[in-house]
Design a protein around this ligand. Structure first.
Ligand SMILES: [Zn+2]
Ligand SMILES: [Zn+2]
Length: 286
């Protein structure tokens, strides 16, 4: 239905039943199905280790791969390394790197404006996850042009859904190997479903809380804020005010003591020759 006057983008944008149904299914399975299964059957140490490892791998796939490598070109790496990182990011069920990067480039270009996909001026729930339920009318090709020139990004976009499926099959197969069919189910629930839920919320938190709570030591030109607390669950992405001020810097937490595992991984990759041209937009910081 078309709105006639000045209603919000949510009204003008088309509601996406698929996104909404998928989101509700993940939330219901995680908050109801998973605790019930745990109560009756329990989870093993193997399941929890799998959860932790896959949380770190897929979370870093988003922060190092989708965010700092693809969206901001904050470093370079060989194509095979990029492909591995983008497969890990694909496992997080956050859309392909092409779509994610296009949305994120628009977020930086239009922060706090109507075209900002996760516009925090519309409140916590819109910026956290409500924006996902609509196909934005502001998604334009111009934000994806640069990304479309990258063959690895286009490859990942083409095989996005098979990649998502392998990310769910992996914990199941490892669980079956470790503990039979029931081991497969419990490993899938923690290493697949719960891990996905937690990484999704970790990313959502940057778009919501890091535009609402925290300090603004680097810039007050938009609503972005630094939150060291959020960095602990988001692999260093909580230093969001610095990030908006120096978006191409490979670090989000510029000081040596800032908890930013994503910058440590990128720096470590550079030490072993798997990353190069690490960008620091302000050499006086950090
Ligand atoms: Zn932001
Ligand atoms: Zn960014």
């Amino acid at each position: 239905m078309l709105a006639t006057t000045t209603e919000t983008a949510e009204i003008r944008a088309e509601f996406s039943p698929l996104n909404f149904a998928l989101f509700c299914a993940i939330v219901a399975a995680t908050t109801i199905g998973l605790p019930l299964y745990g109560y009756y059957y329990g989870f093993s140490l193997f399941d929890w280790v799998l959860f932790l490892v896959m949380y770190i791998v897929t979370g870093m796939g988003i922060t190092v791969g989708y965010h700092r490598l693809v969206s901001h070109q904050s470093f370079e790496c060989p194509n095979w390394v990029k492909a591995c990182i983008l497969v890990a990011g694909g496992w997080a069920l956050q859309n392909s790197a092409l779509k994610w990067g296009g949305d994120h480039i628009r977020h930086h270009a239009k922060t706090d404006e109507e075209e900002d996909p996760y516009n925090a001026t519309k409140g916590f729930w819109h910026s956290h996850c409500g924006w996902l339920f609509y196909d934005s009318v502001h998604r334009k090709d111009k934000y994806e042009i640069r990304l479309r020139r990258d063959p690895v990004v286009m490859w990942q976009d083409r095989y996005y859904w098979p990649i998502v499926v392998t990310g769910l099959l992996l914990p199941f197969v490892l669980g079956v190997w470790h503990g039979g069919w029931q081991g497969g189910i419990s490993a899938f629930l923690l290493g697949g479903l719960f891990r996905m839920f937690m990484v999704l919320n970790s990313t959502f938190t940057i778009n919501s809380l890091c535009h609402m709570v925290g300090a603004q030591p680097y810039s007050k030109k938009d609503s972005s804020r630094d939150s060291w607390l959020v960095s602990f669950v988001s692999f260093g992405e909580g230093y969001h005010n610095f990030h908006h001020a120096y978006a191409r810097d490979f670090r989000n937490g510029p000081e040596w003591y800032n908890f930013d595992p994503s910058k440590w991984i990128i720096f470590t990759l550079s030490l072993i020759g798997l990353a190069s041209n690490l960008r620091r937009n302000d050499p006086t910081i950090g």
